[in-house]
Design a protein around this ligand. Sequence first.
Ligand SMILES: Cc1cc2nc3c(=O)[nH]c(=O)nc-3n(C[C@H](O)[C@H](O)[C@H](O)COP(=O)(O)OP(=O)(O)OC[C@H]3O[C@@H](n4cnc5c(N)ncnc54)[C@H](O)[C@@H]3O)c2cc1C
Length: 391
Amino acid sequence: MKTAQKKYDILIIGAGAAGMAAAVTAGEQAPGARILVLEKKEEPGKKILATGNGRCNLSNRNCPGFPEIRPFFRHLGILTREEEGRIYPYTEDARDVRDALKDRMDQLGVECITGAAVTGIRPPEQGKPFRITWKGGETHADQVLLAAGGKAGPAFGTTGDGGKLAGSMGHRITRLAPVLSAVETKEDLSRAAGVRTPAEVGVWSAEDPVFRERGELQITKYGISGIVVFNASRCLTIPEGKNLRNGFDDYTIRVDLAPDMKLEQVRTMLTEEQALRPDRTPLRVLLRRNLADFLWEQAGERVSEAAELLKNWPLHPKGVKGWDFAQVTKGGVPENEVDRTTMQSVFVPGLYLAGEVLDYDGPCGGYNLQHAWETGIRAGRAMAVRFSGEE
Ligand SMILES: Cc1cc2nc3c(=O)[nH]c(=O)nc-3n(C[C@H](O)[C@H](O)[C@H](O)COP(=O)(O)OP(=O)(O)OC[C@H]3O[C@@H](n4cnc5c(N)ncnc54)[C@H](O)[C@@H]3O)c2cc1C
């Protein structure tokens, strides 16, 4: 096991997307700096490997910061390709992205200690550096970047330490919730489980529409899933004063299973179909068998009700699949508690925060990695500038 030196110029907590982007940037822009990255898991960038189903959807054309990210990766030997706005490595292999960052850190002489879960940061006192402790180790640093992520995907090392460490340094943490996750419904949909179908999904909070998007809806044993549902989950947060038991009671999800047709057209179509093939569920002309049979039964085997249901299928969320299944954390350190250009804490000079530890969550499609890279790069750049000024 690697041991740390007594002191570093720059110390980064968390070798995830933000931490690695920061390490590479600081290493390139401050070649003389002694840089250490401490990572809780046994290898750096474990979550990156799982992103985009192993393809790593690393950014999105619609992100304002995308033009800066493309050359950053090109410089590391990663060419990108675009698919409906989503940006992937040309090789479509997340491992290439992780390895490019890791290899560049090695080339630049950035030290990385894995299996090192940081348990404490003590802020500088009277000209002394930060003191950082982890199980089995301790060191000091002039500047510290906290890039330990949120709580989503604990299997990848993110169990909420980032928030706790930020809190110990005087930062506020807004309420955390798992988002970009599947939704459990009060209705039992298990009979239609396995069906994937195009749909328009809307979310209402009491009488207010709060979300509407088209995409592929997946029906599961416990409820609904798919990218469109993941995006909808960002609106399904438990209101203040409510809890897991009643927190979703005010929400209704309304699914349109024939978004390209008007209600009247659907009704006509089903009436015709029933006349032509009276021995079969008329909904079969529009939907996969399991879902068609299920909804036909729900509609009391009446065409008019079936048409209504097809265009406006109300579902009631019981909850969002928890931290183990969610891709992203909603909540964290408010972004106004950092300087947005340098990512430096407004409370503790020399402390920086980047990535999902901050209160930012974006939709599916590369927005969350983009946020991690760009805030990591900003912090890395600022730490290099400060190091060079003090040298
Ligand atoms: C399955 C999955 C798929 C995803 N797919 C995409 C996608 O395709 N596109 C997209 O934009 N976003 C995707 N995301 C979201 C994206 O991966 C995250 O938003 C992003 O990785 C956040 O970057 P980060 O550096 O802040 O945190 P992370 O990448 O989570 O890294 C934080 C690191 O800190 C380490 N750490 C935690 N606590 C400590 C500690 N106490 N001491 C030391 N180290 C610590 C962790 O082990 C981890 O390595 C996906 C997420 C998941 C879970």
